[in-house]
Design a binder for this molecule. Structure first.
Ligand SMILES: [Zn+2]
Length: 275
């Protein structure tokens, strides 16, 4: 069973089908799932595996889900265990995960070879975490042609995976969001907030920081990220949590999962209490 099928199976094992939803289909037609625990407000959304090689976070998602199912809490958590399923399949299974021969050929050229283990983008070479309309295209590491990482896409939200996630978030209007990445054990929270919004978002980020022990990091030159868009458009507190010690090498293997889970298992509930 591949990682996509395993994630699907784990969701079905843990939850009744009424608690599992599909946002729509990825570029290559894979389901983008979401799973809900609890009900009502506040509503926190947790997003995993936006970057392909950070697929360890998909394993983390189902661990977090199992943990949340054992807890009593007020409000609701929605988990999106695999935001970028095509990218995750490329990074874990390589080109055999792509049916179309012409696409296999162009991906090989973009990647400069057939080892996709460090690939971050989707199946069109768009980096999902620079493709949101939040100072789009103004970031330091931005690229302007398809690439393993950093390509902003032809237009904001041109990536199917992002259009689906953005419309889901606009429709459900959550109160907060955690975007899981790897690695470095830090939390990013800033995106040009001012005044009350800044104080509120800092409180949210500090609560998460004390729950997992990861320090807050000063903003890099991030633009177009999911967290950036949530802060600037939805006006909700949103953070990027980088799991896994910096000493680990990409891709972080499943053997690091128990330690990452131990440190991060309380994050969602700590966040929810602040919303
Ligand atoms: Zn990442």
């Amino acid at each position: 069973m591949d990682l996509f099928q395993a994630t699907e199976a784990k969701l079905r094992y843990l939850l009744p089908s009424s608690r599992i939803g599909v946002m729509g289909e990825s570029t290559l037609g894979r389901h983008i799932y979401f799973a809900t625990v609890g009900s009502g407000r506040p509503h926190l959304v947790c997003v995993y595996a936006t970057h392909a090689r950070e697929w360890i976070t998909s394993l983390l998602a189902t661990e977090h889900l199992a943990y949340l199912l054992q807890m009593q809490f007020r409000g609701r958590v929605t988990l999106v265990p695999m935001h970028n399923p095509d990218g995750v399949m490329l990074a874990t299974k390589g080109l055999c995960s792509v049916e179309d021969a012409a696409l296999r050929q162009s991906l090989t050229e973009i990647n400069g070879g057939d080892d996709f283990s460090l690939w971050k983008a989707n199946a069109r070479g768009v980096d999902l975490n620079v493709n949101f309309p939040a100072r789009w295209g103004q970031g330091k590491g931005n690229r302007y042609a398809p690439h393993a990482h950093g390509y902003i896409g032809k237009a904001p939200l041109c990536a199917a995976e992002n259009a689906l996630l953005a419309s889901f978030l606009l429709r459900t209007a959550p109160d907060g969001l955690i975007s899981y990445h790897a690695k470095g054990e830090v939390i990013y929270w800033q995106f040009h907030q001012q005044g009350r919004q800044k104080r509120r978002d800092l409180r949210f980020a500090r609560a998460l920081s004390s729950a997992c022990g990861y320090p807050l990091a000063s903003p890099g030159n991030s633009t177009g990220g999911l967290k950036d868009w949530c802060v600037s458009t939805l006006k909700i507190p949103a953070v990027t949590v980088e799991v896994g010690a910096d000493s680990l090498t990409h891709p972080i293997g499943a053997n690091a999962l128990p330690q990452i889970f131990r440190k991060t298992k309380e994050l969602a509930l700590s966040g929810l209490r602040l919303l």
